[in-house]
Design a protein around this ligand. Structure first.
Ligand code: GTP
Ligand code: MG
Length: 450
């Protein structure tokens, strides 16, 4: 298939009009809606040359905008010479087709725009598969519109069943075949990922999440220093956006970057990115990066909270990071924000301000969930030893002179303590705490000690 959607969405450097129908009762006001859309459109490399907003209880079923507004839009297209109209609403296939026919201009709706941005930004094999799948699922019911559009520009509008109609059937078949192929490839990738998870037990993982353009990748570079991907080193199948991060007095952990979030993510996209965001869900700690210089900052925070909730991550557990403090001229604005979100850390990934404090906070948070234990046990205690291999980071190992006993120092998540298989001949001591546990299970209370 000659991938018509790609041509259609080659929107780089084009001139666009932004349009939206907003219900008077919506919590999003006119300015907010278009500001965000403008940000997205500019991210896609499109120039905004005009805007049009209609306040309407419900979008018109056939054309989204009402008749009068649609005529106004048509005039505006001529006047500003727009090549593209971007709707903040998501349009049904027929709405898109109707507006396209009426205005003679390419129409892109919110989901298409986001899909396009994701497609441009997808770097890893898996992300590329995910975006392509989401795009195909989104475009399948809209193929007819694409062909109508192509026929119109070629001037080849035939009566009745034109070449587009036949082409349409062929395209649908090819598209369905490709969809199955993508699903198969994705499940292969997922299976491979599952196999690597056990290797990652020893490494704590911190994930960066946040609104698009918040500065996650910049922060990742600033924190990890070296610009080295670890993909072809230890974990061959790891996503290439995971890097080693050396924490002072703690050791090495993994820091991973994730896709940026936006309001109203197309649901196909959320579904197919679930597995990528699975990384974030499995992380030991999340850093929620925010562009604190953006006037929409609070909306961005809310959006990220929503997406996190949607994929089953408790947003309360994330450390909020106010980035780009160097860009804020009026510091009192930052103070107001900090009062509202009192646990946030202010940093600038560019100037380096606040990074030490962030690092220390990460160490403290990681440490609070972990204990250093010293365990003395017979070498024959295979159950316990294999538990420790799987669920702790072994810091040192010493054998008695007759090789019958082993003393291990290990860092272990407190939630694993009560699960350890101790026996009469085993002694466990938690560093910094008085009690020594022999034979008994470590009681549940120790989990919440700190
Ligand atoms: N002034 C300033 N600019 C920053 C800072 N951090 C990031 N930026 C800029 O913000 C822009 C976006 O940064 P990225 O690191 O790509 O943002 P991201 O969150 O990874 O974005 P996505 O990958 O699109 O989700 C870039 O132009 C950065 O140079 C900062 O602390 N100060
Ligand atoms: Mg990034």
């Amino acid at each position: 298939m000659a991938d018509p959607k790609r041509e259609e969405l080659q929107v780089k450097e084009k001139k666009a009009i932004l349009a939206a129908v907003i219900s008077p009762s919506s919590h999003i006001n006119k300015e907010q809606a278009l500001d965000e859309l403008r940000g997205l459109v500019e991210t896609a490399g499109v120039k905004v040359v005009g805007t049009l907003v209609q306040s309407r209880e419900h979008p018109h079923p056939a054309t989204c905008l009402g008749k009068g507004k649609l005529a106004e839009l048509k005039q505006m297209v001529k006047h500003v010479d727009a090549e593209l109209i971007v709707f903040d609403n998501n349009l049904s296939p027929s709405q898109g087709r109707n507006i396209e026919e009426e205005t003679g201009t390419v129409i892109v709706d919110r989901s298409e725009l986001i899909l396009d941005i994701f497609a441009t930004h997808a770097k890893t094999y898996e992300a590329k598969l995910q975006v392509e799948l989401a795009q195909l699922l989104y475009f399948r019911p809209r193929l007819k519109r694409l062909w109508t559009h192509l026929e119109r520009i070629e001037g080849g509008v035939g009566a009745g069943r034109g070449p587009g109609e036949k082409q349409l059937e062929t395209d649908r078949r090819l598209l369905d075949k490709r969809v199955s192929e993508l699903k198969r490839k994705l499940s292969e990738v997922e299976r491979r990922r599952e196999r690597t998870v056990s290797h990652r037990f020893e490494h704590l993982t911190v994930s960066l999440v946040g609104y698009t353009n918040a500065g996650k990748s910049t922060l990742m570079n600033a924190l990890t220093g070296a610009d080295v991907y670890i993909a072809d080193k230890l974990f061959a199948t790891l996503d290439t956006r995971t890097r080693r991060w050396e924490l002072p007095n703690w050791g090495e952990i993994l820091l991973s970057d994730t896709v940026g979030f936006v309001r109203d993510l197309p649901h196909h996209l959320v579904a197919s990115f679930r597995s990528t965001l699975e990384e974030a869900r499995q992380a030991d700690l999340l850093l929620h990066v925010v562009d604190s210089s953006n006037p929409e900052v609070e909306h961005h925070i809310k959006t990220v909270y929503q997406v996190l909730d949607e994929i089953g991550i408790d947003h309360q557990d994330a450390i909020l990071v106010f980035n780009k403090t160097d860009k804020i001229e009026d510091r009192s604005k930052l103070d107001v924000l900090r009062l509202k979100y009192d646990n946030a850390i202010s940093v600038s990934a560019v100037s380096g301000e606040g990074l030490d404090r962030l690092t220390q906070t990460v160490i403290d948070r990681l440490a609070s969930g972990y204990a250093i234990v010293e365990i003395d046990t017979p070498v024959g205690n295979g159950k316990l030893l294999s538990q420790l291999e799987d669920h702790s980071l072994i810091l040192s190992r010493e054998y008695s002179s007759d090789d019958s006993r082993v003393t291990l120092q290990a860092r272990i998540a407190r939630r694993f303590l009560p699960l350890l298989k101790l026996n009469e001949e085993t002694e466990l001591k938690i560093q910094g705490e008085e009690e020594t546990f022999v034979a008994d299970r470590v009681p549940e209370e120790t989990v919440n000690k700190l």
